[in-house]
Design a protein around this ligand. Structure first.
Ligand SMILES: [Fe+2]
Ligand SMILES: [Fe+2]
Length: 210
């Protein structure tokens, strides 16, 4: 798996305030389908973001042990996993789209420029969310102003991601899936695997697909 999935105790008890949606219905893509993998990453981003948004409604009060684990897991995902997704896009996918010579490219390139600005904005917010979330875990609670800031940041991130992921899923990724050569797809898959310390030839069957 390219990114660690939530632990088995990720789901909260029935009726709790947080009910992360676990992936199950659709098998995840592998490195032979890097664009599909990027879409899978979006589902993880939404899932972990939803956890943080829900926790922000606790207003910084002391958390149960289960909620502390959810907070720590979600913060770690955005600290360690999500940046790999951004790198997949900015270092592997977008540069190859910029090199294409196909109809409709200019519109996509303009969109990509905007998406990269979103990434910068999201990184700044996540740094602050991580600082406040870690403070919550360390001190067992947040001061009212910090809890309020935590909630504001997460609401802003939810709005940003709603538009950002929607744009990538409905415009950029379908364009990429149709326009990229098989050689580009293999190269992107290999780079994504390397980014996660994996060997694409062994762990995703890319060699067999060549
Ligand atoms: Fe993105
Ligand atoms: Fe994305």
């Amino acid at each position: 798996m390219p990114i660690r999935t939530p632990p088995s105790n990720f789901r909260l008890e029935s009726g709790g305030p947080l009910m992360p949606i676990l992936i199950g219905a659709k098998p995840e893509s592998d490195f032979t389908d890097p664009v599909g993998m990027l879409g899978d990453c979006h589902r993880r981003i939404v899932r972990f973001l939803n956890v943080l948004v829900s926790l922000s409604k606790e207003n910084g009060k002391p958390l149960s042990e289960e909620h502390r684990k959810l907070l720590a897991t979600s913060l770690r995902y955005f600290r360690e996993g999500a940046p790999k997704h951004t790198a997949d896009e900015e270092e592997s996918l977008f540069p190859r789209l910029r090199r294409l010579d196909v109809p409709g490219l200019q519109t996509v390139l303009t969109t990509i420029d905007s998406l990269e600005q979103d990434h910068e904005c999201a990184v700044r917010s996540h740094v602050e969310v991580d600082r406040l979330g870690c403070l919550w875990l360390t001190n067992g609670g947040l001061a009212p102003e910090d809890a309020s800031r935590f909630a504001i940041l997460l609401n802003q991130l939810a709005t940003l991601y709603l538009h950002h992921i929607g744009t990538e899923d409905t415009q950029v990724f379908p364009f990429a899936a149709a326009a990229l050569s098989s050689a580009d797809r293999r190269a992107i898959g290999a780079e994504m695997a390397a980014r996660r310390g994996l060997s694409p030839t062994i762990e995703s069957g890319i060699a067999a697909a060549r």
